[in-house]
Design a protein around this ligand. Structure first.
Ligand code: CAA
Length: 371
């Protein structure tokens, strides 16, 4: 990776790796028990990790997008749950508020999010709208100076723990196009409640919950961007989000590869077994190139839809394949919790699912190629 980074970014990578070793590592046991890493997030906030690509005028670190992606990659090497919490908070909540918000919205929310005083959650998926995001049903009805929200969101990362929710809702049910709008909803708003807390295969430190909106009345000033342009806000936010998830995948893949190499050094196997490391390492390097290329496109404000989807598609597949191989190379030991390989294996799979499944990434790439 070093050739892809500036000297400053390399030093930053070392700084994040050191932090992850010192602060994230000791929290893993608690996170694996399903506990949300609240104290760790406070420690991370002190380092500015909750607002890395946010300008210093809004109390962020003011760093470039690649610097942010390095942090997701390095944190996810130690624990992937913390990677997704930071990625969702930054890429699909703070960044869209900064990009589409009014001055009041930016001043009210961005500094608090960037400094980690408030945590963000992105609310798109519904019981009947996953991959087909434009078919959401949650309704936002205009009533005088307010919108009233009714409906349900599912599988919401950091739901219940977060303070600021970016919620996508239908504002014009009579229209099939441009009928979705984005809203900023605060925790504690009457009628907004937290439902089922999912028990997941992996990512145990990250919360995934159902959210209920039952007559939630929010001032019209909480509309983000223009009414009817919420789908575009969701999609453009997901471009940055997908690079974050690709970096999370890269972290998991690297950790699994490192574990396999170290195990085989200590427990030498035949060459037929050991050479499997070759494929694993080549896949990881290729994924890394795609992830850092997408990050550099985003950083340069170039169109990044195709590159973000390619990075997520390839890196998530690499994470699943490399972590599966790692278990296999460790044999029975890899299937036990004496080694971290089983956690990497459990954490990898979701990267092929959330923020758009691999099929959706192929569709997005295909649409861009046919344009
Ligand atoms: N960037 C910017 N704009 C985009 C875009 C992108 N990536 N993708 C689409 N758009 C725009 C299009 O330009 C189009 O705009 P116009 O109407 O002005 O032309 C509009 O959005 C509609 O685009 P499509 O016709 O392509 O929309 P579609 O309905 O056919 O579907 C889809 C597009 C790609 C399938 C989309 O529905 C999608 O991405 N689905 C996956 C949903 C998803 O990723 N969910 C993740 C949930 S959040 C999550 O997982 C977070 C978490 O907790 C970790």
């Amino acid at each position: 990776m070093d050739v892809l980074l500036t000297e400053k970014q390399r030093l930053w990578r070392e700084q994040v790796a050191e932090f992850a070793h010192q602060y994230v590592f000791p929290e893993i046991e608690n996170m694996e028990k399903g506990r949300f890493p609240r104290k760790l997030l406070t420690d991370m906030s002190k380092q500015g990790f909750l607002g890395i690509p946010i300008p210093s005028a809004y109390h962020g670190l003011g760093a470039d997008f690649t610097t942010y992606i390095i942090a997701i990659h390095e944190l996810s090497k130690v624990n992937a749950a913390i990677g997704v919490i930071v990625s969702v908070h930054t890429s699909v909540v703070t960044m869209p508020i900064l990009a589409f918000g009014t001055s009041r919205q930016k001043e009210s929310y961005v500094p608090l999010l960037a400094t980690g005083q408030k945590l963000g959650a992105f609310c798109l998926t519904e019981p009947t709208a996953g991959s087909d995001a434009s078919s959401i049903l949650l309704r936002a009805e205009r009533s005088d100076e307010h919108y009233v929200l009714n409906g349900t969101k599912i599988f919401i990362t950091s739901g219940g723990e977060a303070d600021v929710y970016l919620v996508f809702a239908v504002t014009d049910p009579s229209s099939t196009k441009k009928n979705i709008s984005a809203f900023i909803v605060e925790k504690g708003t009457p009628g907004f409640t937290v439902g089922k807390d999912e028990k997941k295969m992996g990512l145990h430190g990250s919360k995934t919950v159902t959210l209920h909106f039952d007559g939630v009345r929010i001032p019209k000033e909480q509309l983000l961007g223009v009414e009817g342009e919420g789908f575009q806000i969701a999609m453009s936010s997901l471009n940055a989000g997908r690079i974050g998830i690709a970096a999370q995948s890269l972290g998991i893949a690297e950790a699994a590869l490192t574990e396999a190499v170290s195990y085989l050094k200590q427990h030498p196997a035949g060459i037929e077994t050991t050479i499997r490391l070759g494929d694993m390492a080549a896949k990881w390097e290729a994924a890394k190139l795609l992830v850092y290329q997408a990050a550099s496109y985003k950083q340069a404000n170039r169109p990044v839809t195709k590159e973000a989807s390619m990075a997520k598609l390839f890196a998530s597949k690499a994470a699943v394949e490399i972590s599966t191989e790692a278990i296999h190379l460790l044999g029975m030991a890899g299937y036990t919790n004496r080694y971290k390989a089983e956690r990497y294996f459990r954490d990898a799979k979701i990267c092929e699912i959330y923020e758009g499944t691999s099929e959706i990434q192929r569709l997005v790439i295909c649409k861009q190629l046919m344009k």
